[in-house]
Design a protein. Structure first.
Length: 247
């Protein structure tokens, strides 16, 4: 008479046995193998390691069939030199440059990036996504916004400035920061912002990727930013790169 076969070690046991005589496994029961929960329809989910940096990852299904861009900020081991653009082609995967960056914001359209060479020790370039609606920049902001580590820039305030994309335009306003928010003088010129220039403004020149950029403190004035504008937050200088805009 056949006995009970142990699902763990395969040993035949007496039909009346409740536990395997060799390994002690409870007979007649076997834990179901672990399978990650998948989306509706029973398809398996793709699990992305949040600690990966560099290389290709498969796309993750999202509502509406869209794949939001992965946020970026600086290069990790194996990342290509210089700022790169995220891949946004459904079915072709996407590039993860640094998982320490703010995460993509569901339901908000990507409108551009801030590019800097000041926050990584190798000066290979870092970039941060800008989404429609508001995006705050500072040392203490919410997930999905642009956070600057005080270990890399001690001059940045908790909430330093606010960027706003509305009606197809991007603007920036200081949020009573300790060291002010600065914009290049071509963008915040006297023709469009005379109040900034009436009382002999303080202008400072900074370097960005080998070029000298004159900046002016915008104080409490909201300034519109175009593609190619320069902004300084704390001691970090950014160039504004808007999606789909060409000079």
């Amino acid at each position: 008479m056949p006995g009970k076969k142990c699902p763990n070690c395969g040993v035949e046991n007496n039909e009346q046995a409740n536990f395997c005589r060799k390994c002690g496994t409870k007979l007649g029961e076997m834990a179901a193998p672990f399978r990650p929960a998948g989306p509706a329809g029973g398809k398996s989910a793709t699990v992305l390691d949040p600690n990966l940096a560099g290389g290709q990852l498969p796309p993750t299904p999202h509502a509406g069939g869209q794949i939001p861009p992965m946020a970026h900020a600086g290069g990790g081991p194996g990342a290509a030199p210089g700022p790169a653009s995220p891949q946004r082609h459904p079915g072709k995967g996407r590039t993860v440059v640094d998982s320490g960056a703010p995460q993509a914001v569901p339901g908000r359209k990507l409108v551009g990036f801030l590019v800097t060479y000041d926050l990584d020790p190798g000066h290979l370039g870092s970039f941060f996504p800008i989404y429609q609606g508001r995006t705050r920049i500072g040392a203490f902001v919410e997930s999905g916004e642009i956070q600057i580590d005080r270990a890399k820039d001690a001059a940045v305030s908790d909430v330093h400035c606010l960027m706003l994309w509305r009606n197809g335009k991007l603007s920036i306003a200081d949020q009573m920061s300790s060291n002010g928010t600065w914009v290049d003088t071509s963008t915040a010129g006297p023709d469009n912002y005379p109040d900034l220039h009436d009382s002999g403004p303080t202008v400072k020149t900074v370097a960005f990727d080998g070029a000298s950029i004159p900046l002016i403190c915008i104080e409490d004035v909201k300034v519109d930013l175009e593609d190619g504008a320069f902004v300084m937050v704390g001691k970090t200088v950014f160039e504004v790169k808007l999606v789909g805009v060409r000079r």
